[in-house]
Design a protein around this ligand. Structure first.
Ligand SMILES: [Zn+2]
Length: 223
């Protein structure tokens, strides 16, 4: 490896978390894949322990749980389901303090170097609840905190202004493969996945790379 390549690698976003734990929190199975699937694949390839915490499986528990497990494996991540009584549960059926408590437990256990989750600007109230609960966990310890693009099966206009971008040109195919693993949400409903590739391409265009994922920055320690 040349000196220049070494320097670039040492300064990369995934290198920041190599050997450390990153926690990605989504309200439902498929959310983190849509928002940051390419980023998570890059982090895990770079040697981070990446844990995906899915807050709830709201429907077809067996199928969606299996899809989430397959997708996490494709991305090289571990999967946790927080509201996991072995059946479908909805975030609105628990009190907000209980959701915060579940996330607190995961943060205490894992001690993540970074948490990535939904943004405050979302079209689904479950996503906003998860964002708010993750905001609360920041009181426990320091971790870098990022929010990802609003996630949905079919495109809708929701305001979101990324302030940081992760180059996912290397992992776009892994991201698409992970999204496709959620067959019950896409293939079985006749939903074309091209929009997710197009979105990554557009994000990439904004920063001069082929494909990217946009993040809002909640908290970041610059060394
Ligand atoms: Zn969702």
């Amino acid at each position: 490896m040349s000196k220049v390549e070494e320097t670039t690698l040492a300064r990369s976003f995934p290198a920041r978390y190599a050997g450390r734990t990153v926690l990605a929190v989504g309200a439902h199975p498929d959310d983190v894949e849509l928002g940051i699937g390419g980023t998570l694949a890059r982090l895990s390839r770079a040697g981070a322990r990446v844990v995906i915490a899915v807050a709830s499986v709201p429907s077809h528990y067996g199928t969606r749980r299996k899809e989430a497990e397959a997708s996490a494996k494709i991305l090289g991540c571990e999967l946790r389901v927080l509201l996991d009584g072995g059946g479908c549960q909805r975030i609105e059926d628990v009190k907000h303090y209980q959701l915060v408590g579940m996330l607190d437990d995961v943060v205490r256990e894992l001690g993540p170097a970074a948490v990535l989750t939904h943004s405050a600007s979302e079209m689904h109230s479950d996503h906003i609840s998860v964002h708010n609960a993750c905001v609360s966990t920041q009181r426990l310890r320091y971790f870098d905190f990022f929010a990802f693009n609003p996630t949905m099966c079919r495109p809708m206009p929701v305001p979101f202004y990324p302030r940081a971008y992760v180059d996912i040109s290397e992992t776009i195919e892994v991201k698409m493969h992970a999204i496709a693993a959620h067959e019950s949400q896409f293939a079985n409903r006749g939903i074309d996945l091209a929009i997710f590739r197009d979105t990554a391409h557009l994000m990439g265009r904004l920063v001069g790379v082929q494909y990217a994922e946009g993040l809002d920055v909640g908290r970041l320690l610059l060394n």
